[in-house]
Design a protein around this ligand. Structure first.
Ligand code: SF4
Length: 295
C-alpha cells in the first residue's frame, strides 16, 4: 500500500462539541487532528461528497497548530465530557509515526483530566499506553474496529490498516493494563461479511481477547462520493458484488446485511454467553443507576 502525501495546514478550531445525546459513544467533544486517512478502507464514509474532503485517496492534511489550540481550549471548557478521537479519520495511521499529534494531544487531555474514547484500527495506540493509564484515572476507553477476523479479507477491505489479529492482540494488552477496550463491529458488508460464521468468529475472537463490549451495526451506509469509490473497489476485488448491491439497494443510504435479524439474534446470544456488553455504559456513571444491561 502506497503512503499518502502529507500537507501541513493551520486550522481555526480543533475541539468540536457534539450536540445532543451521542447514543453510540456518549461523546461530548470530537477531535480530528488529521484530515484524510491512510487506512484507505474501501467502504470509508469520509469519502462522502457531503464532507467535501478533496483528495482523500492522495493526501493527509496535518493540523499543525492543533496542540496549541487544544491547550488553549481545554482549560476553558466548563463541561468535563468524553472527547472522541477517530470520527473522520483514524488517529493512529503512519502520519502519527512522523507527527505524533494523537500522543501529544492525549498528554494535554491527561493534564486537564478529561475522559477519552478512541476508535482505531491500529495497534499503534499501544505507544500511548502510559498516557492512557493516566487518563484512566478519570476514564479511558479504546475501541477497535473489527469487521472480519480474516486477515486476508481485511487486507482487501482495509488495505492500509494493521490486520485484525494485531488489533485484537492490542485490545488484550490494553485490557490487561486496566483500560476498558472493546470492538466496534461496523460496517458488516452485505454479500461479503454478513455470514453467521463471520459474526460468530468476531464475537469469539473478541471474547478471547478480553473485549468488554462489542458495538454492532448490521450493514453499511453508502452515499454519493463514497459509493463511486466503493463500487470501483468491489469491481477490482470482488467481481459481481457491485451488481448485487445495485440490485438489492439501488441508491439507498443504509444497505442492511442479508438476514440482519438472524445475525442480530446470533450476535446477542453469543455476547450473552460470553458476558460481553452490546452498548457502552454512560460516562460519568449515573450514581443511582442500575448497571447497564449487558445485552
Ligand atoms: S480507518 Fe476509518 S477513517 Fe480511516 S479509512 Fe478506514 S473507515 Fe475511513
Amino acid at each position: 500500500m502506497e503512503r499518502l502525501n502529507y500537507r501541513e495546514v493551520t486550522v481555526k478550531g480543533i475541539l468540536n462539541p457534539v450536540h445532543g445525546e451521542d447514543d453510540w459513544f456518549g461523546l461530548s467533544y470530537n477531535m480530528n487532528l488529521y484530515r484524510g486517512c491512510e487506512h484507505q478502507c474501501i467502504y470509508c464514509d469520509t469519502r462522502s461528497a457531503c464532507y467535501q474532503i478533496e483528495n482523500f485517496d492522495e493526501e493527509v492534511l496535518i493540523k499543525i497548530n492543533a496542540l496549541e489550540l487544544l491547550e488553549d481550549a481545554l482549560p476553558r471548557k466548563r463541561k468535563v465530557g468524553v472527547i472522541g478521537f477517530g470520527s473522520m479519520n483514524d488517529p493512529y495511521t503512519y502520519a502519527e509515526d512522523q507527527y505524533g499529534l494523537t500522543g501529544k494531544a492525549l498528554e494535554i487531555v491527561a493534564k486537564y483530566r478529561f475522559p477519552v474514547h478512541i476508535i482505531t484500527k491500529s495497534d499503534r495506540v499501544l505507544k500511548d499506553l502510559a498516557t492512557l493509564k493516566r487518563i484512566n484515572q478519570v476514564k479511558a476507553r479504546v475501541s477497535f474496529t473489527i469487521t472480519t477476523t480474516d486477515d486476508a479479507l481485511a487486507a482487501k477491505l482495509e488495505p492500509g490498516a494493521p490486520p485484525p489479529s494485531r488489533r485484537l492482540a492490542a485490545m488484550a494488552q490494553l485490557a490487561e493494563a486496566g483500560i476498558e477496550a472493546g470492538v466496534v463491529m461496523m460496517p458488516i458488508l452485505p454479500f461479503i461479511e454478513d455470514s453467521p460464521e463471520n459474526i460468530e468468529s468476531i464475537v469469539l475472537a473478541a471474547a478471547a481477547h478480553r473485549a468488554a463490549y462489542i458495538i454492532p451495526s448490521f450493514g453499511v451506509t453508502v452515499r454519493e462520493g463514497q459509493r463511486e469509490h466503493f463500487y470501483h473497489k468491489l469491481d477490482e476485488q470482488f467481481p459481481g458484488v457491485r451488481q448485487q448491491y445495485e440490485r438489492a439497494f439501488g441508491t439507498s443510504y443504509f444497505c442492511p446485511a442479508r438476514n440482519a435479524r438472524q445475525l442480530e439474534r446470533l450476535f446477542t446470544d453469543l455476547c450473552a454467553r460470553h458476558k460481553i456488553a452490546t452498548r457502552l455504559s454512560p460516562y460519568p456513571p449515573k450514581p443511582d443507576a442500575e448497571q447497564p444491561p449487558l445485552f
